[in-house]
Design a protein around this ligand. Structure first.
Ligand code: 0CG
Ligand code: SF4
Length: 314
């Protein structure tokens, strides 16, 4: 069987930074440090950090007064920031800078007197964070159909921002529907969808032309990983989301000559290796990597974590 690895795939700069923040917080402060929500949506990442002494909680009331609390890469509402301050927590913010950028942009639109629409998926922590970072009411739109249901005068001054991990194609459709319906609406087009999401989707679209089956390594609660699987399916390729090799099913590969593998932005490369090992257990495989875009994005760590350990201990 041929195995073709997508390029780019796996960790993005925001995920690398978020994991590094937890690692360094453990080195600087010692265990435990508390992380609000999964630092990124991947059980293997979370388990690994838990073993090193991180404790994962869903809400800050589970964090003892004065402890170190880290916000996940998906961002938090301002009410969470206020709550952390009120509890005297030592906060490290691992919100991806590209999510923060959307928060800032949303606030600017509201300050300019526009009613804000957020294109995104209800219940996702990034969406909850973004809604809670913007003063006043934010209208959530999840589909083209929901554009028609917006109860707004057609000349209302509007603006939109989007979740960072959406399908570029679906978002394009929603934005077009908004532009068709409303007369005074501005927004970033699909540019709020982050570089990593866009590049992984473009790579999978290409890869889908070459393969009979697509495996996406990632978690079921990972928005960007789910979007990659959908693109495979929409391209007519049988596509499966797997956390690791243990979820790979032999019956998926009957009469299959080429398998594509990609990984969501929160999925470690070790899990890609683990999936390849599971395929090797079924028979000989020839692994190659597609030609693809190189990514050079890197984000700075919070300044609190930049000082060398020795200097802090003096
Ligand atoms: O793709 P989403 O927003 O669900 O997040 P995940 O943790 O999977 O990946 C990158 C981040 C943050
Ligand atoms: Fe940031 Fe995009 Fe990665 Fe999310 S997927 S952490 S927005 S770079």
């Amino acid at each position: 069987m041929r195995v073709i690895l997508a390029q780019p795939r796996g960790f993005c700069a925001g995920v690398v930074r978020a994991i590094e923040i937890v690692d360094r917080a453990l080195q600087h402060h010692g265990a435990p440090v508390y992380v609000r929500h999964e630092i990124v949506h991947n059980r293997h990442v979370v388990d690994n950090l838990r073993q090193k002494g991180a404790r994962f909680v869903e809400e800050l009331d589970e964090v003892p007064q004065g402890a170190v609390a880290i916000f996940s890469a998906h961002g938090v509402a301002q009410s969470v920031e206020r709550d952390a301050q009120a509890r005297g927590l030592d906060v490290l913010d691992a919100t991806c800078p590209l999510v923060t950028k959307v928060h800032v942009q949303g606030r600017q639109y509201v300050a300019a007197g526009r009613t804000l629409i957020l294109i995104g998926h209800a219940g996702h922590p990034e969406v909850e964070g973004t809604i809670g970072q913007i003063p006043g009411k934010v209208l959530l739109v999840q589909s083209e159909a929901e554009v028609a249901q917006l109860d707004l005068a057609l000349d209302t001054p509007l603006a939109y921002v989007t979740q960072t991990t959406l399908s570029v194609d679906d978002t394009r459709g929603i934005i077009d529907a908004l532009l068709r319906r409303f007369n005074d609406i501005v927004g970033p087009d699909t540019r709020d969808i982050c570089y990593a999401t866009q590049n992984r989707q473009a790579a999978v679209r290409e890869l889908s032309k070459e393969v009979d089956v697509l495996l996406v390594v990632g978690a079921t609660n990972s928005s960007n990983s789910n979007r990659l699987r959908e693109i495979g399916s929409e391209s007519g390729v049988a596509s499966y989301l797997v956390a690791d090799g243990s979820e790979v099913k032999p019956e998926w590969f009957t009469n299959v000559r080429a398998v594509g593998i990609t990984a969501g932005a929160s999925a470690p490369e070790e899990m890609v290796e683990n999936v390849i090992d599971a395929l090797r257990a079924l028979g000989p495989v020839d692994v190659t990597t597609m030609a693809g875009r190189e990514e050079k994005v890197e984000f700075k760590l919070p300044s609190k974590l930049m000082q060398p350990l020795a200097a802090r201990e003096v």
